[in-house]
Design a protein. Structure first.
Lengths: 306, 358
């Protein structure tokens, strides 16, 4: 009797976890380079809005996806210009970027509210269709973004921890002065981290509008950008742990909806709190750990090496 | 140089005259201001008001419509309404429930401007309240769902468990039970009127747990209807009857608001200087209409639904005792009933609804 519940929660966790994972991976790269982008929510909104608008105007969800990725990257480059080139305060700039994202996304999306689009196509391998439980849920019936979510997480891990570029990014995040002395250019690396993180953020937003909901509505991300920022801490700045984090948080949301759909006796208001309760518990449990601490120069502005 | 400056100034004066002249030329007899909480293209609540007011402006000569979309339910709404008054609006429609305080404040400051607020509460000399009573109208929707379902499990997504939403769910379940004794309605609360990703998740959860017909009470039905359609389920729409375009295969029928006749009467009374503020609540056949049936609905089912529509439109109130809630307690003794004006206080689910109020 609990099988449909477990399958339903799994299915829901994957669906709502996809955008969380892309957003978390993007923010992880950015924070590894020593920059906190509190404007992630805005980047997600820009991705969702630009993706939907382009898809509605052109009739192609793929074009929308490409435009969302580009818009996310550009948004983060603008943020980079503020905090890397102009050396503005990261927290204040991030919040400004968030409100900028609210406005831009509303403006871009306004003509396309209520437009009907054909979303990203979904595939399920035919041999999985035979399983009786699978067919009655959304399990394994995924669009490209969902199928690629875990491979992308592995790619980000490889890039950060197994390449010279990743070493440079992490070095800048720990100590830009040391990286500079070793012949790396902190500004260039931070711009690279920001643009790739922005692309992932744009894709995260696009998954919401182009696949999950097939609509654009103002502020439709409803705080998912901030959950992703919390997930970066939850996963301790590690792309592979982010997979588990995104599934867990996506699962918490799915669980409360599935429990209601099964007629559970638990109060919907209590269930509503579950994801946030989880965040607090994790921060409590791992908050002080030295080994899993943030990049040492996170949030600090590098003024150059004299 | 001076010549050039004079030329530029002259140019701007000319542009100004051209821009302003038409406004003087046909100054409207009545300017209507409308304030919406969302976008008018939402296939839902806001579109229903926009469609009705556009129709009024088209049908009544000399009526001009000023619209403000996406206005939050905060002091921002007060500012927007002040702006509409400054632009000459003499009749204002604050169309969201949360505009109550702002609208009442602005109405107190401008006694010469009439307000029609979509909600409840007190009326004042220049402040009328109105709303469509959808609850009883959901009864025929339940009849449709009860006949169309194969699993006997109906799903219902609501934003928040307020009395009006519970009333919709309850009438839906009673309608379904009237034609299908095995019918149950499963309720999922998303926690907000417009959280799209959660609405998609809620629709998926209902289908995962075996429901095959989904109804909803959220601002825009678009996400839920499209999610259900993509998975081969059936849906019953709400807010705007245009939502049927989103589900060519799974659409059964739906409810939409038809405000135009009431709005037209109000506009005429304001122009004649005879506005009288009242609390107007109208149901099926007046402010509420049912949408056309989907292609998959057999004639027999359509006949049953239409019979139920006639029954409700001629005064049948499903909320009449004896009624038990879904915990087995009697909530309405024989003969007692809940009228449309007390619907906001409803705090129980009727027998057969799977869900918890709080």
């Amino acid at each position: 009797m609990t099988t449909p519940l477990v399958l339903g929660v799994l299915a829901g966790a994957v669906l709502s976890g996809t955008s969380l994972l892309y957003a978390t991976l993007g923010e992880t790269i950015v924070e590894r380079s020593g920059i906190v982008n509190l404007g992630l929510e805005g980047i997600l909104l820009i991705g969702a809005s630009v993706g939907f608008s382009v898809a509605a105007a052109s009739g192609s969800a793929w074009l929308g996806l490409a435009a969302a990725a580009a818009a996310g990257g550009l948004g983060n480059l603008l943020f980079g210009w503020l905090v890397v080139t102009r050396k503005a305060n990261q927290l204040a700039s991030g919040l400004a970027m968030m409100f900028f994202g609210f406005g831009v996304s509303a403006l871009v999306g306004a003509p396309y509210v209520g437009a009907v689009i054909v979303g990203l196509p979904k595939w399920r391998p035919s041999w999985l269709d035979g399983l009786p439980w699978v067919r009655s849920t959304t399990l394994f019936n995924y669009d490209l973004l969902t199928w690629l979510a875990v491979p992308v997480a592995i790619l980000v891990w490889w890039a950060l921890f197994r390449t010279r570029w990743g070493l440079g990014v992490r070095a800048v995040g720990e100590s830009p002065a040391a990286a500079f002395a070793a012949g790396r250019n902190p500004a260039v690396l931070q711009y690279q981290a920001l643009s790739s993180g922005g692309v992932l953020g744009g894709l995260a937003g696009a998954h919401l509008s182009l696949s999950l909901t097939l609509t654009w509505a103002e502020y439709m991300t409803a705080g998912r950008g901030f959950i992703a920022i919390a997930l970066v801490i939850f996963s301790k700045w590690h792309p592979l742990r982010a997979i588990a984090g995104a599934l867990l948080f996506g699962g918490a949301e799915a669980l409360q909806l599935q429990l209601q759909a099964r007629g559970s006796d638990i109060s919907p208001f209590l269930l509503e709190m579950a994801p946030y309760l989880l965040t607090i518990l994790v921060l409590l449990a791992w908050g002080g750990s030295r080994r899993l601490a943030a990049p040492a120069s996170l949030g600090r502005t590098f003024y150059g090496s004299d | 140089m001076r010549n050039k400056l004079g030329f530029i100034i002259g140019f701007f004066v000319l542009v100004f005259c051209l821009a302003v002249k038409p406004a003087f030329a046909d100054s409207p007899r009545l300017i209507i201001g409308a304030v919406y909480v969302g976008s008018v293209n939402d296939y839902g609540y806001n579109r229903s008001f926009h469609d009705a007011l556009t129709q009024v402006a088209r049908e009544l000569p000399g009526v001009k419509l000023l619209e403000a979309e996406n206005v939050p339910e905060s002091t921002e709404a007060e500012r927007v309404m002040e702006g509409l008054v400054q632009q000459g609006a003499k009749l204002i429609f604050p169309t969201s429930f949360g505009y109550s305080d702002s609208a009442r404040k602005v109405a107190k400051r401008h006694r010469d401007v009439c307000f029609e607020y979509a909600g409840d509460g007190d009326t004042a000399k220049n402040f009328g309240v109105f709303f469509g009573s959808t609850q009883a109208a959901w009864y025929p929707m339940g009849v449709a769902a009860g006949k169309m379902t194969k699993s006997n499990k109906l799903g219902f997504v609501i934003g928040l468990p307020i009395g009006y939403a519970l009333g919709n769910v309850n009438a839906f379940q009673m309608g379904a039970r009237s034609v299908n004794p095995k019918a149950q309605t499963v309720v999922v609360v998303t926690g907000g009127w417009s959280d799209k990703a959660k609405e998609a998740g809620a629709a998926n959860a209902l289908l995962d747990q075996g429901c095959d017909v989904v109804g909803m009470h959220v601002d825009s039905p678009a996400t839920i209807i499209q999610t259900v359609e993509a998975r081969g389920g059936m849906s019953i729409g709400f807010q705007s009857i245009e939502a049927r375009a989103l589900a060519p295969k799974g659409w059964i029928t739906g409810l939409g608001f038809t405000w135009a006749p009431f709005f037209k009467d109000v506009a005429i009374s304001v122009m004649a200087g005879k506005f009288s503020a009242q609390a107007v609540y109208q149901g099926l056949g007046q402010m509420v209409a049912i949408a056309p049936f989907g292609a998959s609905v057999p004639a027999e089912v359509q006949g049953l639904v239409n019979a139920a529509v006639t029954k409700v439109a001629s005064g049948f109130n499903p909320f009449t005792g004896p009624l038990k809630n879904n915990l087995g307690n009697t909530v309405l003794p024989p003969g007692a009933s809940v009228g449309a004006d007390q619907m906001g206080n409803m705090n129980w689910y009727v027998d057969g609804v799977i869900g918890k109020v709080r």
